[in-house]
Design a protein around this ligand. Sequence first.
Ligand code: DC
Length: 221
Amino acid sequence: MTNIITIDGPSGVGKGTVSLKIAKHLGWNILDSGALYRILALIAKRNQISVKDENQLVKLANELDIEFIPSDDLSKLQIIYAKQDITSEIRNEIYGSMASQIAVNAKIRTALLARQRAFYILPGLVADGRDMGTVVFPEAKYKFFLTASCEERALRRYKQLINIGIYVRLSELALEIANRDKRDSMRTTAPLVAAPDAITIDTTELSIEEVVEQILNKMVL
Ligand code: DC
């Protein structure tokens, strides 16, 4: 499919920001797939459901009442769950870590598949996550896999969290991100891995604008 771009990669690499900018440039829809796992984590925490409770989590995944609303200038994505704005709340690393634990479960991943695919609407979709190019949209023509050094990714996530008023220790965040990446890469179902036909971009030394430019330059629409 020539109108789907997948952007996968580890935590804190800047996929979300890059995806928003590309979606804005092209006027396409956007899927922040990590937010779905984070929302499940938030609901689990609120209802004291274990990250290992497959039955309850599959049920929740099938019933999710969510809405993703891009801001007018497409610089942000507002995330609404059951009419409540949870955009900033789910960015807390506690939900990142819980999301990663929930995401190892194959049945929960399957329950979220159709919902993720429904984000594909004309004129096109930019999908950000871990398995966008490998599992959710394997037919996408443009697949990118972003990487960056662990230090740089921790720093990027740190700045992002500070920006939305979430204060954390950089050293702790770096550790949490490393644990999460390890879990996401080692799981048997839909692990974090570049699709064989994805273009990998090491973004360590690049600005957001440079990454966006490189991606757009590699596409022939
Ligand atoms: O992109 P993120 O940091 O918001 O994702 C949170 C977690 O959700 C991530 O550590 C693993 C899981 N996830 C996943 O398994 N598959 C995706 N496509 C996106 C996220």
